[in-house]
Design a protein around this ligand. Sequence first.
Ligand code: GUN
Length: 281
Amino acid sequence: MGNVLISKKIAADLFKETNTLLEELQGKGVKAGLAVILVGNNPASELYVKKKKIACDELGIGFELFRFDEKVSQEELLQTIDGLNDKQTVNAILVQLPLPKNLDSPKILNTVSPLKDVDGFTAFNLGLLNYGKEEIVSCTAQGIVRLLESTGVVIEGSNVCIVNHSIIVGRPLAQLLLNRGATVTICHAKTTDLAMHTKNADILITAVGKPKLINGDMVKPNAVVIDAGIAKENGKTVGDVDFERVKDVASYLTPVPGGIGPMTIACLVFNVAKLAMLHNS
Ligand code: GUN
């Protein structure tokens, strides 16, 4: 059986690193602050935002939540973001995704100042990443790479398959792995033969939200499998991977919960502290 790759220790180490940055800021009389914009009442988004608040509270990071009805106008959101861009006590701005379909997500995300873009979703920060400059990087993508690197698995020259093409995970993750010398394949809903790609992967990363999307036959023996999917099955939180089948094929496999989720939160507070340092150095 392969190793179950629990993230607790790596996430805790990143919390400690973040705390050191926050203490340095405190020494300068600065309290780091995160503003979160949440539109509508998607239950998954509500849960994620709650977890983000708990982590900020734990570390003494200021947390302001701006909630809007799903019928909010684009203009009102843009004005709110403009206000937060100018607000001294806010170092980091997060627009929780997904936004309702009628809103122009790229426009809203790119109204956030790149200097406060805690998710790294602005064209500016995504562009820097494409140049190999990893300044502020998507929390989930960053969390996956940090966890991968903690295993000592060789990324350079490896075949990586990512099943997700969003700007939250798949696209920034592909860049991070390209920057480290991997050969990257990105799969998505239109991919005709998913198994052909997944079976070729030394490192397989999935973030779809479809239980049992990845079964034992779709995994190369001794591959590292990272499951960033989240779904509910019979009232239980599960990932995309058929854990019981794949754990005997993979060399490492992340559990759900307890795998990538804690890494995303740890990377978020780290990014907040990093931005606050940037504003106060
Ligand atoms: N929705 C799901 N994951 C994320 C994330 O990391 N950041 C934001 N802003 N929205 C999300």
